[in-house]
Design a protein around this ligand. Structure first.
Ligand code: F6R
Length: 606
C-alpha cells in the first residue's frame, strides 16, 4: 500500500528509482512520482496512473545522485496528478513521499494557511512538506524533520529530501514499513526490499518511532527525541530473480505455478518421520506450554483469514483443540476476551497488514501468547510476534494471494500435526499425514498440468454477473477463498455460502444465469452436498463441481476432479482449480489481473 523508494550514492538516481518503482508497483498503482536533487534544485515528475505512465514523462533523464519516488494507493485525496507524491513546499526545496495517514493534517493545514501557505493538493503529505519548510532553522535536516514529526499524529513511513542539503536523505517510520538497503558506497531504502534488491547487499528494518539519516557512505538511526539506536543489518532473503515474472503473462499465474516448490520450502526440514510429527524451530513454546493450550484463535485479513478458517477444521480434527478464525480487522474493536490458555496465531503474507498487526499488539498488551505465520522475513508482524512459522514461499507480487494462501494452510497443518502428536493423534495418523504433505507438491503440479480443462470451465461464466460458491466445513472455507479470488480479479459478484444455508434464503437468487461452484470432496458430507446440488438444479441453476474421482450421484453441468490425498489435506488441492478458474475468468474478461482496480497488496493503513 503505497511504495516508497530512495537512493543516494555516486550513480544517477533516476533510473534506479524508476526501476524500484516498477518493482513496488504492486503496493499501489493509482499514481506515481519522483523527485531528484541536483545542484541545489529538485526535478519533480508525477502523474495519475501507473508507473509506465510516469515513464512517458521521461524522468529517467533527470540528472542527480539522490532522490525519492513513490507509487500511490489513495487514502487522502482522490487519485490525480496533483495528489500524486512527492509533495513539495511552496519554494520547491523540500520533497516528501509518505505512506500512512496524518490524522491531524486538517489542524496543521489550518495553522499553516493562517501563516499564508497555499496548498496545491488535497493530501495530508503536502501539509508535512510545508511544515518542515516552515520549521527549517538551518539545523541538520534530521533535527528539522524530527521536530516536525513531533507535531504529527498518525502513521507514516516517509522520506524527505532538501535540494539545499544534497548529501543526506531522512526517512522515518511510525506504522508503515521502511527498510534501508546497504550497497557499495551507496544507500537505498524502500517500503520493502523489492525496491532495492538489485543494488543492496544487506538491509536494516526501521522500527516505529525511528528516524534514519541516510548518506552515500552509511546511515545512523535515532528516536524522535534524538537518542541514538543501534541496528544490526540482515541478509537479503530473496534475490533479484525471485521477483521476475519469467515467461508468464501475469504474476498471478506464475505464483499459482510456483506452488509445488513453495510448498516444498514451507515443509523443508519440518517433517520428522522418526516421530511421525513435525519440527517447528521458530516456535519457542515448550511441549508443556503447548499442552496447556485449551483454545486457538487465528487472526488474519482477507485470504489470510480464510487460510485460518480452512486450517481451523484441520487443527480441531487433529489436535481436538477448539479453534476459531476471526478477521483481525474486527477483533480488537469488540473488546475481545483474551485468555491465557488460548494460543493466538496471526497469519499474514506481508507481515505488514495494519489490522493484523494491531490485533497482535492488542493480544500482547493484554498478556496473551501470539505466534506468527508470515511470509516476509523480518516484517513487522514477524518481529512483533517474535516466534512462529515462516512460509518461505518466495515473494508474492500479484495483488491476490495464491501461493501464500496455500503455504499458510500448509504451515498451519504442520502446527496441527505437531499439536496433535503431543495429544491423541496416533503414530499411524501422524505418519499418514506426513506422507500426505510430502505428496502434496506433486499433486498440485499434476492439477496445474490440466489448466486447459479449467480454462474451458471458465467459459461457464461468460454470461454471468453473479456466482455462488458453496461448500461444507473446510469446503466452505475453500468456497470463500474461491469466491474472493473470483471477485478480486474478474470483478464478478461471487458470494460464498455454507452449502447447508443456501436453502435458507440465497436460493431465491439462483437462476440459469447464476453458476454455483460447489466444493465437493468425497467425505462424510458428500451426500449432503449432493442434496444441495439437487436443490440448485431444480431451480435451473448451473452447477460446477470441484470434486474427487468416483461415481457421480447427481448430474453436474461441469466438473473438475482433483486427486484424493488425505481427507484433512484435501481442501488444499480442491483450492488449486479455483485459483486457476478465477485467473481464466479474469483473462477471458480482459481484466487487469495483477493489479485489480481499487486494491493494493499489503494494506498498511486501517
Ligand atoms: C486476497 C488478498 C488479501 C490479503 C489481505 C491480507 O487475495 O490478497 O485479502 O490476503 O490483505 O494480507 P496479508 O496476508 O499480507 O496480511
Amino acid at each position: 500500500m503505497c511504495g516508497i523508494v530512495g537512493y543516494i550514492g555516486k550513480r544517477q538516481a533516476a533510473p534506479i528509482l524508476m526501476a524500484g518503482l516498477h518493482r513496488l508497483e504492486y503496493r499501489g498503482y493509482d499514481s506515481a512520482g519522483i523527485a531528484v536533487g541536483n545542484k541545489g534544485t529538485l526535478k519533480v515528475a508525477k502523474c495519475k496512473g501507473r508507473v509506465r505512465e510516469l515513464d512517458e514523462l521521461k524522468p529517467q533523464r533527470f540528472k542527480g545522485v539522490m532522490g525519492i519516488a513513490h507509487t500511490r494507493w489513495a487514502t487522502n485525496g482522490e487519485p490525480s496528478d496533483r495528489n500524486a507524491h512527492p509533495h513539495c513546499d511552496s519554494a520547491g526545496r523540500f520533497a516528501v513521499v509518505h505512506n500512512g495517514i496524518i490524522e491531524n493534517a486538517a489542524a496543521l493545514k489550518a495553522q499553516l494557511a493562517a501563516r499564508g501557505v497555499t496548498f496545491s493538493s488535497d493530501t495530508d503529505t503536502e501539509v508535512f512538506a510545508h511544515l518542515i519548510a516552515m520549521m527549517d532553522d538551518g539545523s541538520p535536516l534530521e533535527n528539522v524533520v524530527s521536530a516536525a514529526l513531533r507535531l504529527v499524529v498518525g502513521t507514516y513511513g516517509l522520506a524527505v529530501i532538501d535540494a539545499a542539503r544534497p548529501d543526506v536523505l531522512v526517512v522515518a517510520r511510525n506504522g508503515s514499513p521502511i527498510v534501508l538497503g546497504i550497497g557499495d558506497k551507496e544507500m537505498l531504502f524502500g517500503s520493502d526490499s523489492a525496491a532495492f534488491v538489485r543494488h543492496a547487499t544487506s538491509m536494516v528494518h526501521l522500527d516505529d518511532g525511528e528516524i534514519a539519516v541516510v548518506r552515500a557512505d552509511g546511515y545512523e538511526t535515532r528516536k524522535l527525541d534524538g537518542t541514538s539506536t543501534v541496528k544490526t543489518p540482515s541478509e537479503l532473503v530473496w534475490k533479484d530473480e525471485a521477483y521476475e515474472k519469467g515467461t508468464f503473462d501475469h504474476y498471478m499465474r506464475k505464483e499459482i505455478g510456483d506452488q509445488p516448490d513453495a510448498v516444498r520450502r514451507t515443509l523443508g526440514g519440518r517433517l520428522e518421520a522418526r516421530f511421525q510429527t513435525t519440527h517447528l524451530g521458530g516456535i519457542e513454546l515448550a511441549a508443556r506450554d503447548l499442552l496447556d493450550v485449551r483454545r486457538i484463535k487465528i487472526l488474519g485479513c482477507g485470504a489470510a483469514y480464510i487460510a485460518g478458517a480452512t486450517a481451523s477444521h484441520l487443527i480441531e480434527q487433529l489436535a481436538r483443540i477448539p479453534t476459531q478464525a476471526e478477521p483481525a480487522s474486527e477483533f480488537r474493536y469488540r473488546n475481545p476476551v483474551i485468555e491465557m490458555d488460548t494460543l493466538y496465531i496471526a497469519v499474514s503474507q506481508s507481515g505488514e497488514t495494519f489490522d493484523t498487526l494491531a490485533a497482535v499488539q492488542e493480544v500482547k498488551r493484554r498478556g496473551g501468547r501470539v505466534i506468527g505465520i508470515v511470509n516476509v522475513v523480518g516484517s513487522t508482524i514477524a518481529r512483533e510476534c517474535g516466534q512462529g512459522i515462516y512460509l518461505h514461499a518466495g515473494p508474492e507480487i500479484a495483488v491476490v494471494s495464491t501461493k501464500t494462501f496455500t503455504c499458510s494452510v500448509v504451515a498451519l497443518a504442520l502446527l496441527a500435526i505437531h499439536l496433535g502428536r503431543l495429544r491423541d493423534l496416533s503414530n499411524a495418523n501422524g505418519a499418514r499425514l506426513i506422507k500426505g504433505l510430502e505428496a502434496l507438491p506433486d499433486h498440485i503440479a499434476a492439477i496445474l498440468k490440466r489448466e486447459d480443462e479449467i480454462a474451458r470451465l471458465a467459459e461457464c461464466f461468460r454470461k454471468a454477473e453473479h456466482a455462488f460458491y458453496v461448500g461444507r466445513a473446510a469446503g466452505y472455507a475453500i468456497a470463500m477463498e474461491g469466491a474472493l479470488k473470483l471477485k478480486e480479479v474478474s470483478y464478478l459478484h461471487a458470494e460464498a455460502y455454507p452449502a447447508s444455508e443456501l436453502k435458507h434464503g440465497p436460493l431465491a437468487l439462483v437462476t440459469p444465469e447464476t453458476p454455483t461452484v460447489i466444493v465437493l470432496p468425497r467425505d462424510d458430507l458428500y451426500r449432503k452436498n449432493v442434496s444441495t446440488i439437487e436443490e440448485i438444479k431444480a431451480r435451473g441453476g448451473p452447477v460446477i463441481a470441484i470434486t474427487h474421482p468416483g461415481e457421480a450421484h447427481v448430474a453436474f453441468d461441469r466438473s473438475f476432479e482433483v486427486p484424493l490425498l488425505e481427507p484433512e489435506l484435501d481442501p488444499l488441492l480442491l483450492n488449486i482449480p479455483l485459483q486457476l478458474l478465477a485467473y481464466h475468468v479474469a483473462l477471458q474478461r480482459g481484466c487487469d489481473i495483477d493489479q485489480p482496480r481499487n486494491l493494493a497488496k499489503s494494506v498498511t493503513v486501517e
